[in-house]
Design a protein around this ligand. Structure first.
Ligand code: NAD
Ligand code: UDP
Length: 338
């Protein structure tokens, strides 16, 4: 198959790209490199031993998308391109709605013009917002995401569902990722945040390598077993495997479907710190700080639907996830610019 990855040079896209190439698919990437580097694609090509076609540009550029679809006979689109920083989305909501919502509409329109009707969309557990009842199933309410970022993803889900209902040729899979972490075992590709990492694990590994003084633990008074926030961390290679299974599913099933991709287990910030300390073999400087605004106390997935319908289940545990993240950080202290 020929698969188009929008945002393929980013953290999750690179890992999925590698798995697509290893599975024998051809790959085209559209990425504006606003949060990534062409070096990431070169690393994937070196690991896979084959080339991908890539176009630098914006998914909102209809003429570019038309050219991409004319150049290659694309079967399926994996849509990663978008903005993902929760805090930034509060400060600049219009760009989040523009890129995430407007970009997806532009992409779906270009797909329609090209006669390509299979789409996998990167959604997020953020659509669930704060919930009392754990674990989260795909039927948990998504009425109240806590940020413009989460709302932009929820809007896209609703738009895609409506679009699918209006035209029976479409097959759309929405994957709600929980908290992606880890890296490919080679240490050659991984998460390369620009500036200060917003997420726990990249921040913690930058502290571990000495680039940052200490990890601030945001809140120790949550109603969780140790008072710190609980999340369902999922290895990026498990996410990648889930995408390939969704691609297979769409070959056989039309319509709109949503799956949680998580492990079904929650870990607190302090558990992450302790596990990372075991791996690096030294204490990690930490301090307690105020709760981060917009944060929820806890969240973990019920991944049963993905197991039942896709045959997907997370294979990597927390220790492997942190060890892989740490290997990538050590080998690439400055990310792809190392
Ligand atoms: P990332 O920023 O590493 O990758 C996104 C890629 O999209 C980048 O390469 C960026 O340059 C590109 N991009 C951004 N705007 C673009 C535009 N207008 N046109 C073309 N390319 C554009 O992010 P990621 O972590 O790989 O996330 C991929 C997707 O998964 C995103 O949609 C994100 O919202 C979603 N997601 C991520 C997480 C996470 O914690 N990493 C969790 C849940 C969902
Ligand atoms: N967190 C923290 N310090 C940091 C970054 C995050 O204590 O520097 C906490 C955060 O409050 C949350 C958990 O780690 O409880 C995961 O945060 P992350 O930003 O990685 O994911 P998200 O909150 O988006 O699920």
């Amino acid at each position: 198959m020929h698969i188009l990855l929008t945002g393929g040079a980013g953290y999750i896209g690179t890992h999925v790209m590698l798995c697509c190439l290893e599975a024998g698919h051809s790959v085209t990437v559209v990425d504006d490199f606003s949060n990534s580097s062409p070096k990431a694609i070169a690393r994937v090509e070196a690991l896979a031993g084959c080339r991908v076609v890539f176009h630098q540009g914006d998914i909102r550029d209809a003429a570019l998308l038309d050219r991409v679809f004319q150049e290659s006979k694309i079967d399926t689109v994996l849509h990663f391109a978008g903005l993902k920083a929760v805090n930034e989305s509060v400060e600049n909501p219009l760009s989040y709605y523009d890129v995430n919502v407007g970009g997806t509409i532009a992409l779906a329109q270009a797909m329609g013009r090209a006669g390509v009707f299979r789409l996998v969309f990167s959604s997020t557990a953020s659509v669930y917002g704060e919930q009392e009842k754990m674990p989260l199933t795909e039927s948990s309410p998504i009425d109240d995401p806590t940020s413009p970022y989460g709302r932009s993803k929820r809007m896209v889900e609703q738009i895609l569902e409506d679009h699918c209902a209006s035209d029976p040729r479409w097959a759309i899979a929405v994957l709600r990722y929980f908290n992606p972490a880890g890296a490919h075992i080679s240490g050659q590709i991984g998460e390369d945040p620009r500036g200060t990492p917003a997420n726990l694990i990249p921040y913690a590994t930058q502290v571990a390598i000495g680039q940052r003084a200490a990890l601030s633990v945001f809140g120790n008074d949550y109603p969780t077993p140790d008072g710190t926030g609980v999340r369902d961390y999922i290895h990026v290679m498990d996410l990648a495997a889930g995408h390939l299974m969704a691609v297979d599913y769409l070959r056989m099933h039309m319509g709109y479907r949503v799956w949680n991709l998580g492990t079904g287990r929650g870990h607190s910030v302090l558990q992450i710190v302790q596990e990372l300390e075991n791996i690096i073999g030294k204490p990690l400087p930490t301090n307690f700080a105020e709760r981060r605004s917009g944060d929820i106390a806890q969240c973990w997935a019920d991944p049963a639907r993905a197991e039942r319908e896709l045959g997907w289940r997370a294979q990597h545990d927390l220790n492997e996830m942190l060890a892989d993240h740490w290997r990538w950080q050590k080998l690439n202290p400055k990310g792809y610019d190392s």
